[in-house]
Ligand binder design. Sequence first.
Ligand code: NAD
Ligand code: GLY
Length: 366
Amino acid sequence: MTSSTSVYAKLSVDLGERSYPIVIGRHLLESADFAPYIPGSRVAIVTNTTVAPLYLERLTDMLQAAGKQCIPVILPDGEEEKNIANLMRIFDVLLEHKCDRKITLLALGGGVIGDMTGFAAATYMRGVPFVQVPTTLLAQVDSSVGGKTAINHPLGKNMVGAFYQPQAVLADTSTLSTLPQRELSAGMAEVIKHGAIIDAEFFRWQEANIDKLMARDDAALAYAIQRSCEIKADVVRQDEREGGLRAILNFGHTFGHAIEAGLGYGEWLHGEAVGCGMVMAADLSTRLGYLAPEDKDRIIALVKAAGLPVVAPDLGEDRWLELMEVDKKNEGGQIKFILLKPLGQALISSVPSDLLKATLAACVKA
Ligand code: NAD
Ligand code: GLY
C-alpha cells in the first residue's frame, strides 16, 4: 500500500457463492494491493473520453505492475451513448484482441459505463468476470452495487439488460475530487434516499453533515458511501431480483422518471429528478397521514441543501399522470408508489387519485 492509500471500509454483498467485496478507500487505483481483487491476467478496462484522461493511466500502471495485461476500451461520454452501438464496440475490441472467457471486464466510470460494461460482461461468451471501479458519487453509493446492468432502447431507459453481479467493487473516493458539483449533488439524491427509506439515524447524520459532504470532506463522503452500500447490499441480499422489497430503492423514482421523460432525457440529471421526486413522494406520504409534516419539511430542506431541485416542472396534470402510468412499477393498472411511513421506513402502495393530484398541484408551485 502506498503511504497515501487508506481503506475506510470493506463490506460484503452476501449472495452465497456469488458474494463479493466492496472496498471503499483513498487512492485505491494507485496501489497494487488492490490488483488481487481483479481476477485473471487480462483486463479490458471500459471507460469514456472524460474519465480516461483522468484515471486510465494510473489504473493501467497499477495493473501492469501487478503483471496484468490491459486492453483499453474508450467510449464516448453521455447517457445517450448507453446503447447497443457502444455495447457492440466493446464486443468488437474483445474479439479483435481474441479475448476468451478468462478476460475480466473492468468498468472505470460512472453509472453509464458501469451498467453498459456489466451487460457486456453478462453476455460476452455467455458471461465473463466483471469488476466495478465507480468514479461518480452516484455509482459509488448505488449503481455499482447490486448487479443491475442495462443499455437503453430508443423506446425506454434501461429496457435491455441483465442481473449480473460483479466480482468486486472498488470505490476510490479520491476520484470524486474531479467530479462536477452538479454530479456530486445528483449522487447525494441516492444517499438521501437510503436514509429516508431505511435509516432515520443516517438521515439525521446527513442533516448534520451536509455542508461537509457538499464541500467533499473525504471522511464524510466515505461514511456516506459506506452506509449507502451497507443499506443497498442488505436490500439486494434479501431480494436480488426485485421480487418485492428491492423496489423500495425506487423511492422518488416514479415522479423522477416522469420528470426525466417529460422534460426530455438529459435536461435534468437522473439524481436531480430523483431529488425532486423524493420531495413529491414525501408530500404524498404526508397527505396519506403516513409522514409527519415536519419530517416532510426536513426532506425538502436536505434535498435543497444538497443542491437539488425541490420544485417540480409544470408538465400539466394530464401529462404527469400519463408519464407516471408508463413507469415500470405500474402493475395491475395502478401506479405503485414508494411512500414513507414514517421517515426511515418505506412501503409500496397505490394511492387515491385525488391525493396524487393534490401532490402534483402543490409540488409544481414555486
Ligand atoms: P454518468 O455515468 O453519466 O457520469 C456522470 C458524468 O460524470 C459523465 O460525464 C462522466 O463521464 C463524468 N465522470 C465520471 N466520473 C468522473 C470523475 N471522477 N471526474 C469527472 N467526471 C467524471 O452518470 P452517473 O450519475 O454516474 O450514472 C447514471 C447512470 O446510472 C444512468 O444510466 C442510470 O440509469 C444508471 N443507474 C444504474 C443503477 C443500477 O442499479 N445499475 C442505479 C442508479 C443509476
Ligand atoms: N437503483 C435501484 C436498484 O438497484 O434496485
